[in-house]
Ligand binder design. Structure first.
Ligand code: AHG
Ligand code: MN
Ligand code: MN
Length: 333
């Protein structure tokens, strides 16, 4: 039995600087996870379901638990001397915290909010960068806009049948399960690899008619090959990115949330949904793109910018890209 704390101490050198900063940031993330898990599992008993009656910068109704999770993480990281600032899905602007901190964190405090009231798994997504502005001064927006490949750590917490914490620092993906009896996250998924064959595909086809023709042809291709397949794939779509990606990471599956004619940039946010999930999937052997280029290479220009997101096993992503960009020769991996 290896606790998250012990695991981090044993592998401290993997996180640049090995100053213990990452362990303290993950400790705050795991404390937030334990508290959110506690509140979530009692939400319908303690009046925490439903909306707070405000709309956030995304133009979405803020759920009480979105607000609770957001407030909790702001409080936790505001007292962490290693954190110079936060950007959150629930906050219009960046929140500078300790000017002497060396790291900045981007958060989707509660992902899949539409599922909270119906008992379906939700999650938290995080992405960590080393700041590029001088330590000692307040962090600035450019600290958060360094692009996906500059992430030093990323991961998610899944509040499902158990509470799981998965993260990467570029040395593979490691997963932990909360043991409520001990109040500790224990290592349960060391060195996660995404299976090369997709058992699932996940998308919300309510706007199928608005998707680019190549994607519609790819979906037809999937469905045709499943008609004769010995073990046909299943369509699984929960509507919480963390739950859909976690299942596909463990079992092999293709997830996409494409752009449409009306919204070519799609719905999902690049900095605190796309980049962290793309890095985790790549670290587990899969691929992630915006349909045109690797997602981690999509330039970051705004904190809340949106992106189409496609992710899955490398071979399936190669086939998908051959339908999306027929003129481009997809490099054979
Ligand atoms: P959030 O609750 O943080 O706004 O994220 C919801 C996202 C993501 O979790 C999920 O994949 C997607 O919205 C589902 O969107 P649709 O309901 O349009 O399918
Ligand atoms: Mn989200
Ligand atoms: Mn959210």
């Amino acid at each position: 039995m290896v606790t998250l704390e012990q695991f981090l101490v044993d592998r401290q050198q993997e996180f640049e600087g090995a100053t213990g900063a990452f362990s303290k940031i993950l400790r705050d993330l795991s404390l937030g996870a334990k508290l959110i898990s506690f509140y979530l599992r009692r939400a319908s008993l303690s009046g925490l379901l439903g909306e707070i009656g405000l709309t956030n910068i995304q133009g979405e109704a803020v759920q009480k638990l979105d607000h609770l999770a957001n407030t909790l993480f702001i409080r936790l990281f505001s007292q962490n001397p290693h954190v110079a600032g936060l950007a959150s899905e629930e906050e219009e602007h960046i929140l500078p915290t300790d000017p002497h901190g060396k790291y900045v964190i981007l958060l989707d405090p509660l992902d899949g909010s539409s599922n909270i009231d119906v008992g379906v798994p939700v999650g938290t997504i995080f992405s960590i960068y080393r700041r590029i502005t001088p330590v000692g001064s307040p962090c600035e927006e450019k600290d958060f806009l360094q692009g996906g490949r500059a992430q030093v750590a990323a991961g998610y917490i899944l509040y499902g049948t158990s509470t799981l914490l998965f993260y990467t620092t570029g040395q593979g993906v490691h997963g932990f399960t909360l043991e409520p009896a001990a109040g500790e996250f224990l290592l349960t998924y060391p060195a996660v690899r995404m299976p090369e064959k997709s058992q699932y595909y996940s998308f919300n086809d309510n706007q199928l008619h608005e998707w680019e023709p190549g994607l519609q042809r790819y979906i037809q291709h999937l469905r045709t090959q499943n008609q004769t397949a010995e073990k046909p794939q299943s369509l699984r779509y929960v509507g919480s990115l963390v739950a859909d990606v976690h299942r596909n990471l463990l079992k092999g599956g293709l997830f996409f949330y494409p752009g449409t004619v009306k919204k070519p940039e799609g719905k999902l946010r690049l900095l605190y949904e796309g980049y962290p999930m793309a890095w985790l999937v790549e670290e587990a052997g899969g691929k992630a793109s915006n349909g045109k280029m690797p997602l981690l290479d999509v330039p970051a220009t705004k904190i809340h910018q949106r992106t189409p997101l496609f992710l899955g096993p490398a071979a399936d992503m190669e086939t998908l890209h051959s339908f999306l960009n027929p003129h481009v020769v997809v490099e054979k991996t």
